[in-house]
Design a protein around this ligand. Structure first.
Ligand code: TMP
Length: 240
């Protein structure tokens, strides 16, 4: 029996993990590290990202990050992020979860709450209603907020950019990025059963270890037990 089967022949729904945070928090690296650790446990994992993740949504990503969607105003931009999300959920996330795979997404609906909320001063009811329509049953089981002081995150991003122009959101001022950080912290505080905040300026390996600890305690310990043969193999690997 694998982590994805429930022993009765039908797939157990997979788990959905999202990583969120401001610019330069190191999400992509941590997604990669988490995915390989889950795969080592024999779990099928789909790594994805937003905006994007499906071909249609990736086409919208270019429009959104270039700033061409800004002319629609904050509400219109939020709707376009949600349109991309609908396609991503329908084509990639839901089918994966339904077959028992785990999904790890670099950003998801909390980014709309934080970015479009902070940028457009949009009323919460509007954003939450959009979210309800866009994600349907695809609610994350665990959301990791990588928390970084905005000055440090923006510095990392500008070093990585290597002279390329900043995108639509990187180009916003420091007050916006500070508001974003507060927005993510507020979401984490309001939903502690789903969210955990991890300080992202710590060394990469320490951040990865903290993420893994959360995944193990919150999601893996409740997963069905492996066969004793698989367990013995893991125990031997851990001893080695
Ligand atoms: P990233 O892939 O480098 O994180 O860039 C994605 C950018 O898009 C980032 O600046 C955050 C922004 N964004 C939103 O404003 N709203 C959203 O719903 C999502 C998913 C991303």
């Amino acid at each position: 029996m694998t982590e994805q089967s429930n022993g009765s022949g039908s797939a157990r729904r997979g788990r959905f993990i999202t990583l969120e945070g401001g610019e330069g928090a190191g999400k992509s690296t941590q997604v990669r590290l988490l995915v390989s650790r889950l795969e080592e446990r024999g779990i099928e994992v789909v790594a994805t990202r937003e905006p994007g993740g499906s071909p249609q949504a990736e086409a919208l990503r270019d429009v959104l990050l270039s700033g061409r969607a800004a002319r629609f105003g904050p509400r219109g931009e939020a709707i376009l992020f949600s349109a991309a999300r609908i396609d991503h959920v329908d084509k990639i996330i839901e089918p994966a979860l339904a077959r028992g795979a785990w999904v790890v997404s670099d950003r998801f609906a909390d980014s709309t709450r934080a970015y479009q909320g902070a940028l457009g001063n949009l009323e919460q009811r509007f954003i939450l209603e959009l979210e309800r329509v866009a994600i349907a049953n695809a609610r994350p089981d665990l959301t990791i907020f990588l928390d970084i002081p905005p000055e440090a995150g923006l510095l990392r991003v500008s070093q990585r950019r290597n002279g390329e122009p900043a995108d639509r959101f990187e180009a916003e001022g420091i007050a916006f990025h500070a508001a974003l950080r507060k927005a993510f912290r507020d979401i984490a505080k309001a939903e502690p059963e789903r969210c955990v905040t991890i300080y992202a300026l710590a060394p990469e390996g320490d951040v990865a270890a903290e993420i893994w600890r959360e995944v193990e305690t919150r999601l893996l310990e409740e997963a069905p037990k492996k066969s004793s043969r698989t367990r013995r193999k893991h125990a031997a690997q851990e001893r080695a």
